[in-house]
Design a protein around this ligand. Sequence first.
Ligand code: PLP
Length: 448
Amino acid sequence: MTTPAAAIRHLWTHKTQDHPWLSDRELVIDRAEGVWVWMEDGTKLMDGFAGLAVVNVGHGRREIAEAIAEQTVRLAYYPTTRQFSNRPAAELAAKLATLTPGDLDYTLFATSGSEANERAMQIARHYWIARGKPDKHKVISLQGGYHGATMGTFAVCGLPHMTAAYSALQPAGFTKVAPPYPFRDRGAGTDAQLVERRARELRDAIVKEGADTVSAVIMEPVLSSGGFIIPPLGWLRAVREICDELGVLMIADEVITGFGRTGKWFGVDHEGVVPDLMTVAKGITSGYLPLSGTIARGRLADAFPETSTQEVVHPNTYAAHPVACAAALANLQIMEKDRLVDNAAVMGQRLLDGLRQAVTGKRIVGEVRGRGLLVCAELVAPDGSGQPLPAAEVAKLDRKAWERGAIVYARGQVVRLAPPLCITAAEVDRLVDVVAASISELDAEVTR
Ligand SMILES: Cc1ncc(COP(=O)(O)O)c(C=O)c1O
């Protein structure tokens, strides 16, 4: 049985024209297993983007389904407002305290990454009020950064085309500074010099705003929606130092980079940095159920006395949903049992090396870069100018890869790969073949 087009029409439109050559009916996903998905018409494709960089343990994991079923009949729902809690939520919060670095020990659960970032900004605000600094409210972010699709997160979004329609509705927003983007901005200098320059700009921006008015800096360890921009190692340490010096909180948005995606448990682990707040979602359940969290350091929690009866951040109805937390616990068990963080590091390197080798010499390839299983190729004009290849040309890679058997994500000037962390060496090699052949074909077309 296939899904009727008339029914699909009732879905609120999410059309992006990423797949303009296919009808809506050909884009109904039916089932999935491991790194593979099947469309309703039977087409089998490799999931080169893990849904939306979500399905870290891979599709079709029965252990998670069983944990969900068991928890559903035991306790499907009870709120965690009014001081109630539940066992899966408490166990998960305790587990996260062991996985996250330093004293990131206290988790406020929510349902989406957007919400987790809203909560991070709200916790920061409460913290400064509790500390007697009520003027601290601004949140500095990065150009190219993405933190969600709510009004508050749009205020710190560094992708103006996404937020323009809401400018009249949204909080005014605050200063956005440039991230270190080596491929575009390194110039004749070194990565270290670039980091130094960008760090100086961040420091200057906070000083210019008035550190007494700045609550936090929010950033992704790797800027995903911005085009897989990978700041050189040293950047997060520099940000940490500036935040410490100027008395500003550091929020790491690990919604995509968390739970092994970059080859370590968290993106900040590459630099041994402990942010004041870390936000997580996606890989926490591998998408089997929606769940997110905002994880705070001890010193933030300590600002609110144990005996206080005042609510600190008003939670939503589904905060710490027992079934979602049970799914997360089962998901993390799989990650540990199957050593998926190590696998992401090894397979990520294989994917990066393989793709680099396979597309060497192609005129439209500016750079192939990656960290763990976030790997991309940035495409440039074939004339040697280094200018971005037009987005309409880059977008053709979606189709070329699809026709060769894989779903990839070609947007702007970058084709992005983020397969499930359970990917095998043979599957990596297949993905390399598909993407390299797609790029070669495009190269031949645009250099003709
Ligand atoms: C880095 C980052 N933060 C936040 C979000 C928002 O998460 P959600 O879509 O679950 O609200 C995303 C979504 O892709 C993201 O990539």
